[in-house]
Design a protein around this ligand. Structure first.
Ligand code: P6P
Length: 334
């Protein structure tokens, strides 16, 4: 009995197609291993005492969950020794993490949010890991944060693990988006959805409606029209709304059945450019969404073309079904 195409087979066959030397493939395998380890910790939850607050804060000023720190450590421990990375960066670490001297360094940079949506972890709602891989600039032996300041178009790989009813790995290396489901018995991610495409139209929008009074006019207009549905002047259909407060779960739903996700700039804190972080949330998710035929924008510019200025920089995010995102962009232009 064939267990199905494993993610290892998939990336090795992709390596053959693009003529890689195996370094990139080995790096991806280390990332997949860390996500399987995180899945195990997330699944056990209270059984092993990993829920609840770590009584510490990250650079974002957000209280860290124990699993935020455990997941971050797992990502570091699985990727520190392989010799494929020059450095790492994470939502949970203020500055970059250099590969210690006793290990060889490689030519890639790994950026990640080890446990996105962790405010949900204590109430057993889906969370995920988001990762992005960049090339370390040529000739740079000891990268600094400056070497990470590359636009999303420079990503060589983007992906997420979704710790939901099943654990899934969804990734792209620029040749389409593929999804793999973890077979807990075998311990391998098995290819379950090939070349995923986001429907161009949708009747489902995702936004945290409690921020409504702070939104900018184009977003106010778009959401009001969705709420009015067929009874309004602008739309010929009614809409449904979803908000899981876990970006990985929202993006996966949109990849699977379409939708539009908005975490726009709001004037709750005018100094903040948005809530979501460019390097390890918006950029990797934008690469995945674009590779699946969707659109990802701040409302004013393509997210993947933003020139980063900081590891933890925030941006407004409007992504998903092409025709809906383009409508919101048009409202920003008016
Ligand atoms: P709010 C999780 O903390 C996160 O970064 C995303 O995963 C999610 O989409 C968003 O924030 C939820 O934000 O303000 O609704 O709690």
């Amino acid at each position: 009995m064939h267990i199905g195409e494993t993610i290892t087979q998939f990336i090795i066959e992709e390596q053959r197609r693009v003529g890689g030397n195996g370094d990139f493939t080995a790096l991806l395998n280390d990332v997949f291993t860390s996500c399987k380890a995180i899945s195990g910790a997330v699944n056990k939850g209270d059984l092993i005492g990993v829920l609840g607050s770590a009584e510490s804060e990250n650079i974002q000023g957000e209280t860290q969950k124990k699993l935020d720190i455990i997941s971050n450590d797992m990502m570091i421990n699985a990727n520190i020794w392989g010799g494929h990375l020059a450095a790492m960066a994470s939502e949970e670490m203020d500055d970059i993490y250099e590969i210690p001297g006793q290990y060889p360094r490689g030519k890639y940079l790994l950026v990640f949010d080890p446990l996105d949506g962790s405010s949900n972890i204590d109430v057993n709602i889906s969370v995920g890991t988001i990762f992005s891989i960049l090339r370390c600039p040529d000739g740079v032996e000891k990268p600094t944060a400056e070497d990470f300041m590359q636009p999303g178009t420079e990503q060589v790989c983007a992906g997420y693990a979704l710790y939901g009813p099943s654990t899934m790995m969804v990734m792209t290396t620029g040749h389409g988006v593929n999804a793999f489901t973890l077979d807990q018995n075998v311990g391998e991610f098995i290819l379950t959805q090939k070349d995923m495409k986001i429907p161009e139209d949708t009747a489902e929008f995702s936004i945290n409606a409690s921020n409504q009074r702070f939104w900018e006019p184009p977003v106010q207009r778009y959401v009001a029209e969705c709420l009015a549905g067929k009874d309004g002047e602008a739309r010929d259909k009614n809409f449904n709304m979803r908000w899981v407060a876990s970006m990985v779960a929202e993006v996966h739903r949109i990849l699977t059945r379409g939708g539009i996700f908005l975490y726009p700039k709001d004037n709750k804190d005018p100094a903040m450019a948005g809530k979501l972080r460019l390097m390890y949330e918006a950029n990797p998710m934008s690469m995945i969404v674009e590779q699946a035929g969707g659109v990802s924008s701040t409302g004013r510019e393509r997210i993947m073309e933003i020139q980063p200025t900081g590891l933890h920089q925030r941006v407004p995010v409007i992504l998903g079904s092409r025709n809906e995102v383009e409508r919101v962009i048009s409202y920003h232009k008016e």
